[in-house]
Design a protein around this ligand. Sequence first.
Ligand code: MG
Length: 216
Amino acid sequence: MKIEVLKNISSANDAIAAQNRNKLDEQGVTAVNIMASPGAGKTSFILQTIDHLKGKLKTSVIEGDIASKIDADKIDEKGIPVVQINTGGNCSLEAHMIGSSLDKLPLKDTEILFIENVGNLICPASQALGEHIKVVIASTPEGDDKPSKYPLMFAESDAVIINKIDLAPHVDFDTAGFKKVVQGLNPDVVIFEVSSKTGDGIEKWCHWLTAKAKKS
Ligand code: MG
């Protein structure tokens, strides 16, 4: 009985995710689900990406957090349309939350929608939102063992970002070993090394994202 209930919840979420996807496709919007642990630099990475795409692609953002609107305020300061979702205690955004946020965003004037998921490497991996691209960010101070400990998120993502490469000389992070584990879980994945602080590597990532958005 319990299994059946869980299945129903998951298929209800998937049905709403499919509706979201249709809505996004109708408006020509590519949605990017950004996942990471707290402090990996999701918001800074989105801000750097938006800055880089300015004048080339129109962007909007959905911010997901347990509480607060700190991140949405940072996006708003840039003049980018943003909706903040507070999940209460929920450890992931869910498709219905995205569905109601889409109504509040100027989709006609959006080419890429960034969805910053709630900070953790577990729950967001198994919740479809209707996104086109899944991205997981791992930062060098967190250590290089995250793909081994949280394999599902790394296996499901289209791109993996190694953030805070400016800190790599000061922390123990085995970049080659990290990449090897990720590629073992997900042979098709693309890995980018960036610093959202200095902007290093952002151009290469934006180039890939732009090409991918045109195809989706
Ligand atoms: Mg954030």
